[in-house]
Design a protein. Structure first.
Length: 505
């Protein structure tokens, strides 16, 4: 790290952050820290007022951004330049939602048309009666579809999608129990088409179809991949291979053909609305000055907590059952992107990298883990995510109580409460941000996800790391492969004993 950069981070660390209540003494606090972005069918309010983002920190972080050529890096991202330096390629997920280099946008649109055609063919009955899709993929090839389908199609799916990721056969068996082989198609989602879990699950799914009396099992398979040749070599007919660009990273891929199951469950137009919602964030991120930029503000607050106040985790609580899978989605997005120990140039990172992302749903989490948030010794910045329109038709009291609790938690964390009895005292000054969505439409979900992608990107740029590779996952995979191929000797005594006990290797 250069001396200037080291000095800038030191400046951030030395700020005497005012308390949250002191920050609220500024009558313009909300104007400075809250943004409302309009979508085609509603708005999203990003309220960062109850964080320690103050003018002084904003100024230092802006200088760090300038030092790290943030504006140019952001331009490179959208221009499709090779910003993923360690792998020598671009990161073109934004082109999937129309915000990229013209050539990449045109290519993405053409590939989306193939997705649309296949979805509509299935809906129109060209593959016979299709009631279920077993979507097999893992990591970025599963988490996005699982989140979107759970959020948007709970009781309205046009085709019931069961997302299976784990190699543990219990996961696949659970899907089999809910499907009839005669009316089920299989989607194999893998950017590389080499992932062990996905290929082993795929083979078992074909066995299940065969055992269920399906003659042409390969005729039921669709592949979603950036390596169409491998999918064809595996046995998928090329008319049912939906490719996407190599420059779209796995954890950023739900916008590409990996979103096929979303489109199948929701209808293609709904999927297209998700893309449009993502594009609204892209435009805001690209065009809004840093001080008013909701994405940049969120990332700046993240950096205050992780870098200056050394928080090791950040928590996300969705006060909406439909967003129950959001924390797992964000875990991969943030931890696989920014959990790095070297800079993009390979020099040691001398600062903490991404905090651990964790979370759950409200109000459940209130009755389980919030004790620590209010009175524990860790400082944990919290994001609350809530939706104004309920996702159910029950008594409106449910939703009023849900939202009251959500807002009460943010207020309580910030204000705290004095007491002579230490056990009953709440220190307060604990930060939270609130994202309030008008209605959980496809566009709103697309915007919510894109907001987090870009927020992760900003942190990476300021830290000088490459958020688009994930070499850290390779070593464990290689060792597992070695064990599977019988080359499992020569480990430490603990591993040897475990392997022997399990009869492996
Ligand atoms: O092992 C991590 C990872 O490479 C993720 O980055 C990726 O989303 C996941 O595995 C699945 O990879 P693929 O889509 O190539 O099967």
């Amino acid at each position: 790290m250069t001396d200037t950069l080291t000095a800038l981070w030191a400046e951030l660390e030395q700020i005497a952050f005012p308390s949250l209540t002191a920050l609220f003494a500024d009558s313009d606090r909300l104007a400075r820290t809250v943004s409302t972005l309009d979508l085609a069918d509603g708005a999203i309010r990003f309220d960062w007022s109850k964080t320690h983002l103050c003018a002084e920190a904003q100024a230092v972080l802006t200088r760090i951004a300038e030092h790290q050529n943030f504006a140019d890096k952001r331009r490179q991202l959208f221009a499709g330049e090779p910003i993923n330096t360690t792998e020598g390629r671009a990161a073109e997920h934004t082109a999937e939602r129309g915000s990229g280099s013209p050539a990449s946008v045109v290519e993405a649109e053409a590939l989306h048309e193939r997705t649309r055609a296949l979805v509509e063919a299935i809906h129109d009955g060209l593959f016979g009666e299709v009631r279920s899709l077993i979507h097999i993929g893992i990591g970025g090839s599963a988490l996005g579809p699982a989140l979107a389908i759970d959020a948007l199609t709970r009781d309205s799916a046009r085709v019931a999608v069961h997302v299976v990721s784990n190699i543990d056969g219990c996961a696949l068996e659970a899907a089999f129990r809910r499907c009839d082989p005669a009316t089920t198609m299989i989607a194999l989602a893998s950017k590389t088409f080499t992932t062990t879990e996905t290929l082993v699950n795929a083979a078992s799914a074909l066995d299940w179809l065969r055992a269920g009396g399906v003659d042409d099992v390969y005729g039921r398979v669709i592949a979603l991949t950036a390596d169409p040749d491998r999918a064809v070599a595996w046995g998928v007919d090329e008319t049912r291979v939906l490719p996407f660009a190599q420059s779209v990273g796995g954890r950023y891929s739900l916008w590409s053909s990996i979103g096929f199951p979303i489109a199948l469950a929701l209808g293609y137009d709904g999927f297209a609305q998700m893309l449009d919602g993502g594009a609204v964030i892209d435009r805001h991120f690209l065009e809004t000055p840093l001080a008013d930029n909701a994405v940049v503000r969120a990332a700046f607050a993240d950096l205050i907590y992780a870098q200056a106040l050394r928080c090791q985790t950040r928590a996300v609580f969705a006060y909406d059952e439909r967003l129950a899978l959001l924390p797992s989605y964000l875990q991969q997005l943030e931890m696989e992107s920014n959990g790095k120990r070297v800079t993009a140039q390979g020099a040691p990172l001398t600062r903490p990298s991404a905090p651990v992302t964790w979370g759950g749903v409200g109000t459940d989490a209130q009755h389980a883990v919030f004790q620590l948030l209010h009175q524990g010794t860790h400082l944990i910045p919290v994001d609350f995510i809530a939706v104004k329109v309920p996702g159910h038709d029950l008594d409106p009291a449910h939703h009023q109580i849900l939202l009251s609790n959500c807002f009460a938690q943010g207020a309580a964390l910030m204000a705290g409460q004095a007491s002579d009895d230490g056990a009953r005292a709440y220190p307060g000054n604990r930060p939270s941000a609130t994202i309030l969505i008008d209605d959980l439409t496809p566009a709103a979900l697309g915007a919510l996800i894109a907001f987090h992608e870009q927020r992760t990107f900003v942190s990476a740029v300021l830290l000088g790391i490459n958020p688009f590779d994930q070499f850290g996952v390779e070593l464990g995979k290689a060792i597992a492969k070695k064990i599977e191929s019988g080359g499992g000797a020569g480990f430490d005594a603990s591993t040897e004993a475990l392997l022997a006990l399990a009869g492996i290797g």
